[in-house]
Design a protein around this ligand. Sequence first.
Ligand code: Z5A
Length: 208
Amino acid sequence: MKSGGFITVEGIEGAGKSTAIARIRQWLKGKGHDVVVTREPGGTPLGEEIRSLLLAHRQGGMAPETEALLMFAARAEHLRTLIEPALATGQWVVCDRFSDASSAYQGAGRQLGMDQIKVLAQWTHPGLEPDLTLWLDVPVELGLRRANGRSRPDRFESEKAVFFEAVRQGYAQLTAEAPQRIRRIDASADLATVTAGIEAVLERHFND
Ligand code: Z5A
């Protein structure tokens, strides 16, 4: 297995990313690796401030372009101060969402166009892609049901099912375009089955 690597986890709300990330971390630790777990938007003090701006409800909402650029502003900070230094010292970085989320949410969900988002990604992290992306795919209705019950839904969580359908289609397109990097996991199954699926992908991807 190589000395360091970059794994990202994607999916719509309620897909089970938090649970998956805990398992990935455990799996990597079990192989003796140093692991940094982080998230987007966020992961740095400035990034967390930007996250608060992005998730807060506000009168008049936010222009989709503003939303996309704030995602990439947080990402640039995250890359320069945390992700790139960690990878440079041979650590493993496991990130809850990355640029695929921008393609799916802003490109497909907000209809800015996935190609447009890829231009921003190319500018922000030229030559850097995750080694592996796990797309936890869950039907929208099930994801929303799982995520239900949160005290006060944030700006994204308040979106309608049709928005998350478009996001899910965005992830499906990304996966079709990069089948070696992005692996779909059926996240509608019970936790034990989903976890076994994740472990199987990790074993195949990094031990072959
Ligand atoms: N966003 C964006 O638009 N563009 C970008 O570029 C980026 C992000 C980076 C914040 O992200 C928002 O930012 C996000 C997209 C946008 N908004 N949305 N939607 P976030 O990742 O912090 O927020 P989130 O997607 O709302 O996270 P989440 O709902 O917490 O998702 P999750 O981590 O996948 O869910 P979970 O907490 O692991 O699971 C939810 C519940 O389901 C929990 O009670 C679990 O115990 C349960 N669960 C999980 N798996 C199972 C299975 N298999 N069976 C039964 N129950 C399960």
